[in-house]
Design a protein around this ligand. Structure first.
Ligand SMILES: Cc1cc2nc3c(=O)[nH]c(=O)nc-3n(C[C@H](O)[C@H](O)[C@H](O)COP(=O)(O)O)c2cc1C
Length: 230
């Protein structure tokens, strides 16, 4: 099998970026900064899915697992995504609601890491969002027993066709075992890649009683921030 040359990749990543300094953070509060970076990502044409993030969960037996999902909203207290409530991720959240969400935005060379606690959105909110989706996606969500083993592709197509037949062209698609989660963060890291490997990392978290006041600075809304070595 041919080898893949990863050394040449380095060239692609070379783009000058301003240093990310504390004094340039307009509001020292992580949601404000997150929204500002997200807006830049949304406005960057090369970033096709700026709302995609890697969601990490932990199993009952303490093994981590990770997959991408799409963020569907940034609320005052967290970020939301939607999924099948019977899926592996949902089962893991059920037994351990501590999760991590990681965004990576090229070519801005930015990573945002969020750690927090996930909880289900209300049925009303899930239902409202579900019915805003294209009908084909709603049917797809009903058809797919996400994360379960299925015999083959035809099996899925058959379930989909059966549902379409049963509902007819205009039938309302019933909400399956599916809905949203809110991740309420207690830790954020904003990472700005630099060309010299001396990347910028600034984290926001809740204060601890033994914080070193020379290194840990007061932000707004009860957050503190500090710089980590890259
Ligand atoms: C870019 C991207 C976005 C995705 N968005 C979602 C999503 O919003 N919700 C979802 O359930 N799965 C989404 N998926 C599929 C998941 O990565 C995953 O395959 C699925 O949710 C099953 O994961 P689980 O078995 O760990 O629960 C997305 C995949 C990709 C690559």
């Amino acid at each position: 099998m041919a080898t893949v040359d990863l050394t040449s990749l380095r060239l692609k990543y070379r783009s000058e970026k301003d240093k990310f300094l504390e004094e340039n953070i307009a509001v020292k509060e992580p949601f404000h900064l997150f929204k500002s970076w997200l807006s830049e990502a949304v406005e960057t044409p090369e970033i096709l899915e700026p709302n995609a993030f890697c969601l990490s969960t932990v199993s009952k037996t303490n093994f981590p697992s990770a997959r991408f999902v799409l963020m569907k909203g940034v609320e005052d207290d967290g970020v939301t995504f939607f999924t099948n409530y019977g899926s592996r991720k949902a089962q893991e959240i059920e037994s351990n609601p501590n999760v991590a969400a990681t965004f990576y935005w090229l070519p801005l060379r930015r990573q945002v890491r969020i750690e927090g606690v996930a909880s289900k959105l209300s049925r009303e909110k899930s239902e409202e969002y579900f019915h805003q989706r294209p009908r084909a996606s709603q049917i797809g969500a009903v058809a797919s027993p996400q994360s379960q083993t299925i015999p083959n592709r035809d099996h899925l197509d058959k379930i989909e066709n059966d549902i379409k037949e049963k509902l007819g062209p205009d039938g309302v698609v019933p909400l399956p075992n599916w809905g949203g989660y809110l991740i309420k963060p207690h830790w954020f890291e904003f990472w700005q890649g630099q060309t010299n490997r001396l990347h910028d990392r600034i984290i926001f978290r809740r204060p601890k009683s033994d914080d070193n006041k020379e290194l840990v600075h007061d932000g707004e809304n009860g957050w503190v921030y500090e710089r980590l070595a890259p």
